[in-house]
Design a protein around this ligand. Structure first.
Ligand code: GTP
Length: 380
């Protein structure tokens, strides 16, 4: 007698149910102190990068990943978001705004918008920090969340120097094993994986965050969930990732968007060495390179050379100025032959001719520097 394998008719399952588009929370209420003076009059997510408020890039990327409903958690300078983005329909989105009377921190802000979510208790809700420029595959993060059955899934990025970030080690299955904030000693640097500021929460987990008081999601919510035995899953990748928290990073991010190194559907032009926006005036012999953007109403005079630099609306760069890796705020003036390298110039500041400012200099809004008042060259 021969035994034959029992034949089973495969079950015909129709096409998979399309998952409802996930909704998202964007955290945009921080004070952005490290980015001053860019954030003196403008909240960090509204500071322009590659010609449009940085938040536009995040909204456009979320939309491209299928997200339709986004709740913006605002606090600092909250009043500027809605007049600019309105109901979001220009971007194909439905936007809602929730403003905290007092800043509630990252976790408190997430909890504070819970009543605006439409998701069921087990549905995924995306949460994004409002100052991260990344090529994250949002769909892949949602897939990791669904397939792992996690309570919270986190995007983790590998960085060379993790000291300024929160470390998130994982086990062989990608399950988070600890949260280590800003390690100081070599022994504390147990991984190069950092919290990259994009999460998927099971909706019901958001409802467990304490309401009405400041909560840090990084320092309180995640460690508490881990201690309580919750399943936190990491998705590690090495895609483009930049925290735009500092002026140097912001300048880099804007240039990378113009160059096309950082992906965004919202850059108002083709990738290239420079982006000159309608209404900007650039002298024919001025030289723009390295992802420079010149915004509407800005003027670049003859002989000026700008590399990896953002020139904001109404700013004026006078003849033969040399500007590298810098951010020139709205209506600021840079005098003739002045050299700036790695400098941030606040709104309406006026730097007279023949100055030389070196990396890290920050010129506050409305400041005036007379001609030849600062020079570091040894040739004088
Ligand atoms: P710094 O003051 O320079 O550290 O910047 P920040 O205030 O933006 O803080 P951080 O970079 O740690 O914030 C991470 C993200 O959370 C950013 O997108 C902030 O806008 C946001 N965020 C931080 N604190 C709050 C808050 O109290 N309320 C809300 N709604 N968002 C916040």
């Amino acid at each position: 007698m021969t035994l034959t394998e029992p034949t089973t008719t495969p079950k015909t399952t129709g096409p998979a149910e399309p998952a409802a588009p996930a909704e998202a929370i964007l955290l945009v209420g921080g004070k952005g102190t490290r980015l001053r003076p860019l954030t003196v009059n403008t909240p960090k997510p509204m500071v322009p990068a590659a010609g449009v408020p940085f938040l536009t890039h995040q909204l456009a990327r979320a939309r491209a990943a299928g997200v339709e409903h986004i709740v913006l958690a605002t606090s600092y300078l909250a009043e500027v978001f809605e007049p600019y983005f309105g109901d979001g329909s220009d971007l194909g989105l439905h936007l809602e705004y929730v403003t905290e009377a007092e800043p509630l921190g990252t976790g408190g802000a997430i909890r504070n918008v819970a009543s605006r979510l439409r998701s069921g208790p087990d549905d995924p809700v995306l949460v994004f920090n409002g100052d991260i420029l990344t090529g994250l595959d949002i769909g892949a993060l949602l897939d990791v969340h669904r397939t792992s059955g996690a309570d919270v899934s986190l995007h983790l990025s590998r960085v060379e120097d993790p000291r300024a970030f929160g470390l998130v080690p994982t086990d062989a299955d990608g399950r988070v094993t600890a949260f280590l904030e800003k390690p100081q000693t070599p022994e504390e640097i147990v991984t190069d994986q950092i919290n990259a500021g994009a999460y998927v929460f099971r909706r019901s987990v958001i409802d467990t965050i304490p309401a009405g008081r400041p909560v840090s999601v990084e320092r309180e919510t995640f460690p508490d969930l881990l201690a309580a035995g919750a399943h936190l899953q990491g998705m590690v990748d090495s895609t483009y990732w930049l925290d735009l928290g500092t002026p140097q990073a912001f300048v880099r991010g804007s240039a990378d968007l113009v160059l096309g190194t950082a992906p965004s559907p919202a850059v108002p032009g083709r990738p290239g060495e420079y982006l000159v926006m309608p209404g900007a005036e650039v002298a024919p012999d001025a030289k723009l390179s390295g992802g420079t953007v010149v915004s509407p109403g800005a003027v670049v005079a003859p002989g000026a050379r700008l590399h990896a630099t953002a020139v904001l609306p109404g700013a004026r760069i006078e003849a033969d100025a040399r500007i590298t890796d810098s951010y020139i705020g709205p209506a600021a003036v840079i005098g003739a032959r002045t050299t700036l390298t790695g400098v941030v110039v606040g709104d309406t500041a006026h730097i007279g001719p023949d100055n030389e400012l070196t990396p890290g200099a920050r010129i506050w809004c409305n400041t005036t520097l007379p001609a030849r008042s600062i020079r570091f060259s040894s040739d004088e």
